[in-house]
Design a protein around this ligand. Sequence first.
Ligand SMILES: Cc1cc2nc3c(=O)[nH]c(=O)nc-3n(C[C@H](O)[C@H](O)[C@H](O)COP(=O)(O)OP(=O)(O)OC[C@H]3O[C@@H](n4cnc5c(N)ncnc54)[C@H](O)[C@@H]3O)c2cc1C
Length: 374
Amino acid sequence: MKRRVIIVGGGFAGIFAMRRLRLSRRRLEVIVIDQRPSAHFLPLLPDMISRPIAPASVMHDLRAECRRWDAMFLHDEVAAVDVPGVAVITRGLGRLSADAIVLSCGTSTAFHGRDDLRPAVMKLDDVGDAVEIAARARSAHWKTALVVGGGYTGVEVATHLRRLENLRRSRRRIIILELAPVLLPGMPRPLSEYAAANLMRMRIEVMNNRTLRDVIDQDAILSDESVFKNVLIVWSAGVKTPAFLSRLNLGHDRQGRLDVDKHLQAAPGVFVAGDAAGRIGGGAALRMGVQFSISGGRRAAANILRSLDGRALKPFEPMDPGYVIPMANMRSCGEILGVSAYGLAPSMMHYLMSVYRTFGAKRLKLLGDILRRR
Ligand SMILES: Cc1cc2nc3c(=O)[nH]c(=O)nc-3n(C[C@H](O)[C@H](O)[C@H](O)COP(=O)(O)OP(=O)(O)OC[C@H]3O[C@@H](n4cnc5c(N)ncnc54)[C@H](O)[C@@H]3O)c2cc1C
């Protein structure tokens, strides 16, 4: 009888886990389950606000991808996992048991108990969100754009809003609200200082120690009681894993990312890869990013093959290529292979990596979209 592996989530980690399993040419039934019919290329979502990137260029059909690799795709939402029974429970099909599971369901926007604000703000979790922000940013109905959260997504979004305003010869206010006393909290200080100086150059204001308290009609009230009328609000104040993951009787961190051992296993037969994986082997969690997700997906799959063969598992020891905080005026910053980088080079790196990592044969089209000015 064929052994069965179920992969929950067809993002970077899930797709690369599926490909690794199929490359082994083992007699396996591989099932990828995703609540969306296509994978969305998240690193280019902020760019969609000011650049003419077509939604089709950053979406990849999961059914076709799975068919190409002789895997099965189920368009369904996983609602629970039976960890001791190594099974998932989906909304559509109910219980599906397996010999091993990869949980690679990523993260999405966290509202930190302020779900009441959802109807009044926009978020940036998928291509649909990016299209909505791009459309509303082009409307005449706002005077001030508030970006809630001064992490890398908030910074990137604010710079694309400014780029769009510049292209449209408009000079409306753009403000980042950051609860911490510094921009890009947790990032090395020289990077956050460089980003702050660049934002100032782009006429983007940063208000520290403040957040959004309420939205009444089109007016925003901040935590310091100041009021902004006619606002456009993008909420990018952190992420969390899907609720079903943090409900499991497994260790997890504040964001719901699961604790795993050094082989990426959270429990016997249950592996975790990509952003859903938190502290590894009792140590720290990895930075959320494409490269770690891809290598995590591959390692989880390779360890599943080993465990099915009764062989010893291998530890997850990924190479860290670094990261970039992209900013729309091509003055980005980051660390590449351990070296700090500022200006055009990290911007180019962001776009080159995005084109290289794009799924399928859409690279040329995407490159064309990025190079077109508007
Ligand atoms: C706006 C933005 C910009 C970013 N920019 C960069 C960047 O420049 N460079 C970089 O390295 N990283 C960047 N990242 C981070 C990077 O995109 C993530 O680290 C990466 O996508 C994580 O891959 P993953 O496979 O773990 O999860 P994802 O790519 O998020 O995929 C998870 C999949 O699981 C599915 N799923 C979730 N819950 C369920 C469920 N209950 N049932 C079924 N399916 C489910 C989702 O639909 C999704 O398809 C960015 C992220 C965002 C949001």
